[in-house]
Design a protein around this ligand. Structure first.
Ligand SMILES: [Zn+2]
Ligand SMILES: [Zn+2]
Ligand SMILES: [Zn+2]
Length: 770
């Protein structure tokens, strides 16, 4: 009998598989002379250690401190076992077993680590200039994994048998590449090739590709989780050519720059922005252009900001090694509204008329994953799109409901879906516009995939939007029949509020939800709502004034129609026609005829919907100020309004008035638009009026919220919806709310826009059944 012999079973949960966790355990155990083993048991790592109790405690502390950089421990449980004699004489890593149930958390794709980068750039290294260099600390995960458990045979790397040297690294627990499933080298791994009509026989396809870019060509470059269209950022001609070919006249393009120092030559970068740019997640960060901005104005036309990211794969680092350009356009290669292309044949077929050359490789992309996009408002970050580098890491919903399984399908256009299982909410990568057939298919496939890798056979409830005609609502009906489970519908803005509440761990608040469109309980189009959020329940306690909208979607595209509807009740008929024809004729697609037609429809109350959307009001202000007359991409008019206001001075005052409409407190947006028009007619500077107009809307929303909070007796006010991406609006709401003595909360780890709607839907369902 050994009196000082102890044995412990340690169970670790979190992101602990496929991230070098077991070798780290192995190294620490060996360094402390502890015996036993470590293995994967379904979704947990099991460690058995035998030795002195104090040393075992040291081991646990050591493990917490020195865990691998990508890993995350969400729970660590220690069971002390009875031990009378020595059972082990060494420490081993045992093979993982697929017999155990439970979902393991797959880590996201992460940027090339410093060690790999050094190898990539060192001429004596066997991975010198090898684009696919990766190790346990970096490289693709989510985008190469076919199923779980995460082992090479279940990834797209299975086609590439490891060469003896790679195999030796892979099998050595002391090596950085021990069980690095995506590891490879020039001898055994995937390779690049350049294509134009046929595969071009070149020794250095990447160097040739860079030369072609610098000669003004447009390239399609297949990367890790998708394909980019890549082009010069300084050549107007190239950018105009690309815009024409894609049919994207104005939509901003994201770009990639080699390092932060270079970015600072054309954009402002704060400390917090620099930190996230350099993070392993490497999202696109929306940055303000600085005074020295010298890239082409066609990168992000008429906007004061642009999206920039740093290289995140070996391929990107090598492109910049051979280039002297400050940046390249790197925009997702897809046809409008359709998913990003991932298969070589499809890439070539679809982009033949767009790209001059194709830089491709022979590794399959299992999961498409668009670049993530973030934006800061002061020091506060929010996601515009949460995708590559973050997905599929789940949110912790265990405090809402630890048992329920829910599938939530999101809205219709900017779709993600969410899967809740075992208290974890997996929000999918960006899916997109489900009215497009290809994207809808992508949604279906991605649901199957996520259910598979999380080992979710069925669900207890399927959630959809309230809108009866969304494709996602129809799919929810089908799925609830298939799983023979309940289907629940969650109002769009209720879902927004719920996602914000979960993100900030609050249970009750007054929430301002300001966005473009959401189907309301009363069948009208909501989008400027003050909700009293109480978890599974909510009450609408205020909104923007309900306005007429002539001809639905046409108003969204041509906001001058909204202007005309709003002014209609405040102008003489002929006077209104005269104003429109004199100042705004070019904003009507069909000219004079259309002005008369819209006026007649207003007169006869024909083809008119009602809306309280904030987006439509901001668009109307943008149009009336002659900033933007046609929306060619989502949010365009409001974004251009924000950019105009960015160089405005606080000189104009637009009054804010709250009144009653059908018993509800509403912000009088007609009065705001009239004041904006009058200031314009009085000759005030457009930028100053833009600033004042935006401010009136934001102060009005904040005052409505404060009034409601006061009445209901809660001290937290939140802001959700795409309008909160606007820095000036978000800041002004925050200031107004805080100076009234309330706490203001915003999205931190989730999207303010519709990317979080599915997560909110899942949260409402979780609370509904708890
Ligand atoms: Zn690495
Ligand atoms: Zn190799
Ligand atoms: Zn929304």
């Amino acid at each position: 009998m050994y009196y000082d012999l102890s044995k412990a079973r340690i169970l670790v949960q979190g992101i602990v598989q496929g991230v070098g966790f077991r070798p780290t355990v192995y190294r620490i155990a060996n360094s402390l002379n502890l015996n036993g083993y470590v293995r994967n048991l379904g979704n947990i790592v099991e460690i058995i250690v035998e030795g002195n109790e104090e040393i075992i405690n040291d081991f646990i502390e050591n493990l917490k401190l020195n865990k691998p950089p990508i890993s995350k421990i969400s729970a660590l449980k220690v069971e002390w076992l009875l031990s009378y004699e020595i059972e082990f004489n060494d420490f081993k890593i045992l093979e993982s077993s697929s017999k155990f149930s439970g979902s393991s958390v797959i880590p996201p794709d992460l940027a090339t680590c410093d060690n790999c980068l050094e190898e990539l750039l060192s001429p004596s290294d066997r991975r010198y200039e090898y684009s696919f260099t990766a190790c346990t600390d970096c490289g693709p995960r989510f985008t190469v994994i076919k199923s779980v458990p995460y082992d090479r045979e279940r990834t797209s790397m299975e086609e590439f048998s490891l060469c003896p040297e790679c195999l030796a690294e892979y099998q050595n627990p002391e090596d950085r590449r021990y069980h690095a499933e995506a590891t490879c080298c020039p001898v055994c791994g995937p390779s690049l090739f350049l294509y134009r009509d046929k595969v071009l026989n070149l020794e250095y396809p990447l160097r040739e590709a860079v030369q072609l870019l610098d000669d003004g060509h447009i390239l399609a470059v297949k990367g890790i989780g998708g394909t980019h269209l890549v082009a010069s950022v300084t050549s107007d001609d190239t950018l105009l050519k690309l815009r024409k070919k894609l049919g994207r006249s104005n939509q901003p393009f994201a770009c990639m720059s080699p390092n932060v120092e270079t970015i600072k030559t054309f954009a402002d970068v704060s400390n917090v922005e620099e930190k996230i740019l350099k993070s392993r997640n490497r999202p696109i960060v929306v940055l303000n252009k600085n005074n020295n901005y010298f890239l082409s104005s066609y990168v992000s036309p008429e906007l004061h900001n642009l999206g920039v990211m740093l290289p995140y794969s070996g391929l990107h680092h090598l492109i910049f090694k051979y280039s002297t350009e400050p940046a390249y356009i790197m925009t997702s290669a897809n046809m409008p509204g359709e998913p990003m292309l991932t298969e070589n044949k499809e890439i070539i077929k679809n982009l033949e008329g767009v790209a001059d050359y194709f830089l491709l490789h022979n590794r399959r992309i299992i999961n498409r994953c668009d670049d993530s996009v973030v934006r800061f408002r002061g020091d506060d970050m929010t996601f515009i799109r949460r995708s590559r580098g973050y997905v599929p890491e789940p949110y912790d919903f265990s405090r809402l409901n630890a048992d329920l399984k829910v599938l939530a399908l999101g809205p219709e256009i900017d779709v993600t879906f969410s899967l809740l299982n075992e208290g974890k909410c997996y929000v999918s990568q960006h899916i997109g516009d489900t009215t497009k057939y290809e994207t809808f298919r992508y949604l279906q496939k991605s649901i199957e995939y996520l259910m598979d890798i999380t080992k979710t056979d069925s669900v207890d409830a399927v959630v959809s939007d309230l809108h009866p005609l969304f494709f996602t609502t129809k799919l929810a009906h089908e799925l609830s029949e298939m799983f023979d489970c309940e289907m629940i519908k969650v109002q769009h803005h209720h879902a927004h509020a719920a996602s914000l509440a979960v993100d900030n761990e609050v249970e009750e608040m007054i929430c301002i939800t300001a966005d473009g469109v959401g189907y309301g309980e009363d069948g009208t189009v909501w989008g400027g709502e003050i909700l009293h959020y109480q978890g599974a329940e909510y009450e609408r306690v205020g909104s923007l004034l309900s306005q007429k909208m002539v001809g639905g979607d046409l108003t969204t595209r041509y906001p001058i129609r909204m202007v005309m509807s709003i002014l209609y009740d405040h102008y003489e008929y002929d006077e209104l026609l005269d104003l429109m024809k004199r100042n705004y004729l070019s904003y009507f697609k069909y000219g004079l005829q259309e002005v008369d037609l819209v006026a007649k429809q207003l007169l006869n109350d024909f083809n008119i919907a009602q809306t309280s959307s904030t987006g439509r009001v901001l668009d109307a202000i943008s149009a009336v100020l002659q900033i933007c007359g046609e929306r060619t991409y989502e949010g365009e008019c409001a974004m251009k309004l924000e950019s105009a206001a960015y160089s405005g001075y606080e000189k104009v005052n637009i009054p804010v008035k709250i009144k009653k409409q059908n018993g509800l407190d509403v912000l009088d947006t007609s009065k705001i638009l009239l004041s904006v028009l009058n200031e314009k007619l009085a000759g005030e500077r457009v930028n100053d009026i833009a600033l004042a107009g935006q401010k009136a809307v934001s102060v009005g929303l904040a005052e409505l919220a404060v009034k409601a909070a006061d009445k209901v007796g809660v001290n937290v006010i939140g802001g959700s919806g795409g309008v909160f991406y606007n820095e000036a609006i978000s800041t002004s709401v925050k200031d107004t709310v805080e100076s009234a003595g309330y706490n203001f909360i915003q999205h931190k780890n989730s999207c303010a826009g519709d990317g979080s709607v599915s997560m909110g839907q899942a949260a409402v369902a979780a609370l509904h059944f708890s």
